[in-house]
Design a protein around this ligand. Structure first.
Ligand SMILES: NC(=O)c1ccc[n+]([C@@H]2O[C@H](COP(=O)([O-])OP(=O)(O)OC[C@H]3O[C@@H](n4cnc5c(N)ncnc54)[C@H](OP(=O)(O)O)[C@@H]3O)[C@@H](O)[C@H]2O)c1
Ligand SMILES: [Zn+2]
Length: 422
């Protein structure tokens, strides 16, 4: 419910949000935008949604469909219209030229180039502008949270996902399989932890993501494919990212066998022959800067040793941003989960829990490594929502608000990295 909209406004704005979702998998690195135009009598006159390939912005499509009927009508949008020239001209010009007398938007544009200036331009032209509050605003902000993070910080929204037992184990002890060092030794041989419903939802998360990442440890243990199997259209293939310091990725892994320029391995040392071997199979290999030798994070005033000799997670996020990746789903395992948390690159978590208890010290924990030593230092998950999937449930929550301006990163004075609070 929005407090400042009537039932008709709400209905059309909800439709605009639905239309925006049609761009799922097709709009990135641009935002999801849907538009509805009603004529002066309140009758539906045109709709539109944005896809990157389609190029045209949603409001322009909807206004073109409405034609003259837009005059004295109302335009409903989930996002503030742009007022700058990108691949297309400013939408505010098209809105003003259309003759609509009112614009109802669910939320402002987080793009610093727009951020309120679009609304201002419309108001200056004499158009009445209403910005929703309540649920509709929250829904609209959630829908474009990856875009919000990417456009402000040039790095993807990072979601840490794991499927685990109630006692926080993501796998049974590695030694429990017949041949623990064999590729894929852990692969669902002992059964999946989470239910089929939960795993189907993970596919949805993958569909909504531009990239997915695991550590080479998970490749060796599980031999995963890491594909989007929803069958829904996407403009770019899901970029499969492996973090693998010394190129241990097995050539006989399902990932290596299915690589088609959609598999990128970030390493610390690229031995030339090995690199060529991987590249000849359509695998992209990139060397990333290491965590500096004496480098450490400072959490709650205490230094946390970083993974020396391994690629720096913050550089990884930066590099993915350069590749126009707006969202990254990290699917483990234990060491990579910790490294991502410790580096402070995680924005949100999506943690699935099955009502099972593995117990024991040998089972693989959600995040290993050094861990936070004091409750006061623990990563604090906020704005939590709970989801049910059959007998499983999931916790979705935020470590950082993707819309919130923040200061983070490396200090230049001195050897250590100061990162306060994850
Ligand atoms: N239930 C779930 O949701 C789920 C999901 C995934 C995995 N798992 C389980 O997790 C287990 C694997 O966990 P794992 O910890 O062995 O594997 P992992 O976290 O996937 O991979 C760890 C490896 O990644 C490499 N790496 C590269 N850069 C790194 C960095 N900056 N920080 C940390 N590691 C980096 C390291 O190898 P190098 O030093 O050679 O680079 C490291 O040994 C398996 O049992 C698997 O079944 C469960
Ligand atoms: Zn626009």
């Amino acid at each position: 419910m929005s407090n400042n909209l009537n039932a008709t406004d709400e209905k059309h704005l909800r439709r605009a949000l639905e239309l925006a979702r049609e761009g799922m998998g097709l709009a990135s690195p641009n935002p999801y935008v849907g538009a509805v135009v009603c004529d002066g009598a309140g009758e539906l006159a045109g709709t539109g949604f944005h896809t990157y390939e389609g190029k045209k912005h949603a409001e322009v499509t909807a206004l073109e469909k409405a034609g003259d009927r837009a005059r004295s009508g109302t335009l409903y949008l989930n996002l503030e219209p742009c007022c700058h020239t990108g691949r297309t001209g400013p939408c505010t010009d098209a809105v003003i030229a259309s003759g609509v007398k009112r614009v109802v938007a669910a939320t402002g544009d987080p793009n610093p180039q727009v951020a309120g200036k679009g609304f201002e331009k419309l108001r200056t032209a004499g158009i009445e502008v209403t910005i929703a509050d309540g649920d509709l605003r929250d829904e609209a902000r959630k829908l474009n949270e990856s875009f919000a993070k990417y456009i402000q910080f040039s790095t993807p929204l990072v979601t840490l996902k794991a499927g685990m037992t109630l006692d926080g184990k993501i796998a049974p002890p590695p030694g429990e399989s017949d041949n623990p060092s064999a590729l894929g030794a852990n692969t669902a041989s002992g059964g999946w932890i989470t239910s089929q419903e939960a795993r189907a939802h993970v596919q949805k998360l993958r569909h909504e993501s531009d990239a997915i990442m695991v550590g080479v440890g998970t490749v060796i243990a599980d031999d995963p494919l890491l594909t989007d199997r929803t069958g829904m259209a996407r403009r770019r293939p899901l970029l499969r990212v492996i973090i693998d310091s010394r190129l241990r990725l097995p050539l006989e892994s399902r990932l290596a066998k299915t690589a088609n320029n959609d598999l990128i391995v970030f390493c610390a040392f690229a031995e030339e022959k090995r690199k060529r071997e991987l590249e000849s199979r359509g695998i992209v290999v990139e060397q990333l800067p290491l965590y500096p030798e004496q480098d450490h994070y400072v959490v709650g005033g205490r230094p946390i040793k970083s993974a020396s000799g391994r690629p720096d997670m913050r550089n990884l996020a930066k590099r993915l941003g350069e590749l126009e990746i707006t969202s990254l789903l990290i699917e483990g395992g234990a060491l990579v989960n910790w490294a991502a948390l410790a580096a402070g690159i995680v924005d949100k978590v999506f943690l699935y829990y099955a009502p099972k208890i593995l117990a024991g010290t040998g089972a693989v924990p959600f995040a290993s490594g050094e861990g936070f030593r004091h409750v006061s230092e623990a990563a604090h998950v906020k704005s939590i929502s709970l989801h049910r999937f059959g007998e499983d449930f999931a916790v979705e929550g935020y470590l950082k608000d993707p819309y919130e301006p923040r200061v983070e990163g490396r200090t230049t004075n001195g050897p250590s990295v100061v990162y306060e609070g994850v």
